[in-house]
Design a protein around this ligand. Structure first.
Ligand SMILES: Nc1nc2c(ncn2[C@@H]2O[C@H](COP(=O)(O)OP(=O)(O)OP(=O)(O)O)[C@@H](O)[C@H]2O)c(=O)[nH]1
Ligand SMILES: [Mg+2]
Length: 314
């Protein structure tokens, strides 16, 4: 297994792809690999791109790749589609939109569908980000459709979250209500070639005033992703936010918070695994009988099993 990780660290794309599949499938060996890769993580600039369906996220990501490649940066892209259990049409379209980069060895594009629980999606996405980071990608971009809590969880994995809004779509306000407004570090008004772009800009400014962000006031970038207009400025904005995170207390706090979330995530996965094991070992028929006879109650039984998990792993 470490051989596979070693290969990926040395730029072997197939090894890299294989490792991402292993974590996506929650293969038993994936934890060992993640431990091996961990010391190599922490260098990439991780960008989250979210927004309503059809806002132009993939078109924008395609142009972001171009900008970063101009700066000689290597890029990894993870396109997440939490709404569908399979890699469906939308993801295929993403691939087509970004296809011109397919032959560039310094660009790696991966789509991830949902397997298992929603918590599992953000977990495997987080691990995929780490893998790309460890394997030397300077920039990692996560694209996801931002409508619900699970998508917010995914985009929270990023250092810099860009929320893509478009003129003339009523559901932008919906996204703001869903809480994503609070986690956006940068607002992008895409399709600025359409009427109503300024109106959105004003609305966002008003909202931001209401929220009253203190340490970082999110900038609003106007883009026409199809033509690439405003994308170079957006990259500047993203890099500025990255620099802000590096030298501010806010950035350190954010990093610590993310780490705590990660540990809790790993813990709940491990505990969940142990629940089954513990039940197999300790969930005897006697206990069930005792509960049926009202000599015991399920709370006490569960508490006793839990105590045993904690003291001797079930
Ligand atoms: N007029 C205009 N159209 C754009 C612009 N950017 C993207 N589009 C178009 O908007 C449509 C959706 O673009 P995508 O990039 O697939 O949008 P998306 O947000 O990735 O979509 P999903 O991943 O399906 O949610 C495509 O037809 C694009 O050509 C823009 O700046 N102006
Ligand atoms: Mg897309």
């Amino acid at each position: 297994m470490t051989l596979l990780a070693e290969k990926a660290l040395h730029g072997d794309i197939r090894a890299l792809a294989r490792i991402i599949s292993l974590v996506e499938n929650e293969a038993p060996e994936s934890e060992e690999i993640m431990k091996y890769l961990y010391p190599h993580t922490g260098k990439a600039l991780v960008i989250g791109i979210t927004g309503s369906p059809g806002a132009g996220k993939s078109t924008l990501v395609d142009k972001l790749i171009l900008e970063f490649r101009k700066k000689k940066k290597t890029v990894g892209i993870i396109a997440v589609d939490p709404s569908s259990p399979f890699s469906g049409g939308a993801i295929l379209a993403d691939r087509i939109r970004m296809q011109r980069h397919a032959n560039d060895p310094d660009v790696y594009i991966r789509s991830m569908g949902t397997r298992g629980s929603l918590g599992g999606v953000s977990r495997s996405t987080r691990e995929a980000v780490k893998i790309l980071d460890a394997c030397g990608k300077d920039v990692v971009i996560i694209e996801t459709v931002g409508v619900g809590q699970s998508e917010i969880d995914i985009v929270k994995l990023a250092d810099t979250v860009c929320l893509v809004l478009v003129p003339g779509m009523g559901d932008d306000i919906q996204i703001m209500k869903a809480g994503i407004m609070e986690i956006a570090d940068i607002f992008v008004v895409n399709k600025a070639d359409r009427p109503g772009a300024e109106k959105i800009e004003t609305e966002v400014k008003l909202m931001l005033d209401l929220i009253g962000k203190t340490d970082w006031f999110p900038p609003i970038h106007m883009t026409v992703a199809e033509k690439g207009d405003g994308v170079a400025e957006l990259v500047e904005g993203i890099e500025k936010h990255g620099a802000f995170l590096k030298q501010s207390i806010h950035g350190i706090k954010k990093q610590k918070r993310k780490l705590a979330e990660e540990i809790k995530d790993i813990l709940s996965r491990d505990i969940a695994k142990n629940v089954e094991k513990a039940w197999e070992r300790q969930g005897t028929d006697d206990k069930i009988e005792a509960i049926l006879g009202k000599e015991l109650d399920p709370y006490t039984v569960a508490q006793n099993i839990l105590n045993n998990i904690v003291t001797n792993e079930g």
